[in-house]
Design a protein around this ligand. Sequence first.
Ligand code: SF4
Length: 295
Amino acid sequence: MEITLARYAGFCPGVRRAMRMAQEVLGDPERPAFSLGPIIHNPQVVEELERRGLRILPEDPGEWEAAGLAGSRVIIRSHGVRPHLAERLADMGAETVDATCPTVKKAQKAAMRLVGEGYHLFIIGNREHPEVQAILGHVNRDAVVIKETRELKEWWEGQTRMVRKIGIIAQTTVDLLTFRSLVEGLITEVPEMIREVSEMKLINTLCRNTLARQAEALQLALSHDLVVVVGGRNSSNTEFLRRICETAGARTVKVETAGELDTSLLEGVSRVAVVGGASTPRERLEEIRRLLASG
Ligand code: SF4
């Protein structure tokens, strides 16, 4: 059986940077170390950091009092943070260590610029995702988050304001197909709105590393019988990879660890590809490769 490991395997630059900052923070035993929410969407890596002393601060500030934050260091993960939460941490005596990915920061700035210039802001992405929540926090929630075209019609039906200028950005890890269909949807799904609009401005906030990972996953899916996608169940970029491979017609299985892989799936398979999400350590993919090779 031929096994191909994706070239884009291992942590993306933003996650690598956040992990480096976590090591630095953990290097100071005198000060309690926290991350605001799990530092990355990979439970095994998070557990390892917890064993080394990193504590996870709940995202609800109502629960912070009991944590004893005075004098502590709190890592802001690569997804960013809502500004009022960062202010609250400072008020409680914590030092924040900002590991927000520079690409995510650009998306936050793009959102602020568009809203500041009077554009009605659309964010293509998942409303519940912490990155989108942080972007919303930077524009006082003055934006519409869409992840499916049908939501556009629903939004338009409840719309009372005149819409003259539309601004569009995306969650950095959205896949290209979703991005394209929603940008098109803004024009085709709500023609009544387009009659009112005089200007549309799109700022490309998609992450280059993610796009390269997705493009490679698509190529591998087209040329292999089976694709194993490795990553946290709560990782949205891993889920996008799974969807891309499945849409390309490849048999696709998503696992967090080698232990979850059902090797009976390999029957009759001659070419298998292993791809991983942005917060999946390269070693996890190597483990899967070894398991496949031994079977
Ligand atoms: S996936 Fe891209 S945007 Fe997200 S943390 Fe990694 S490098 Fe940054």
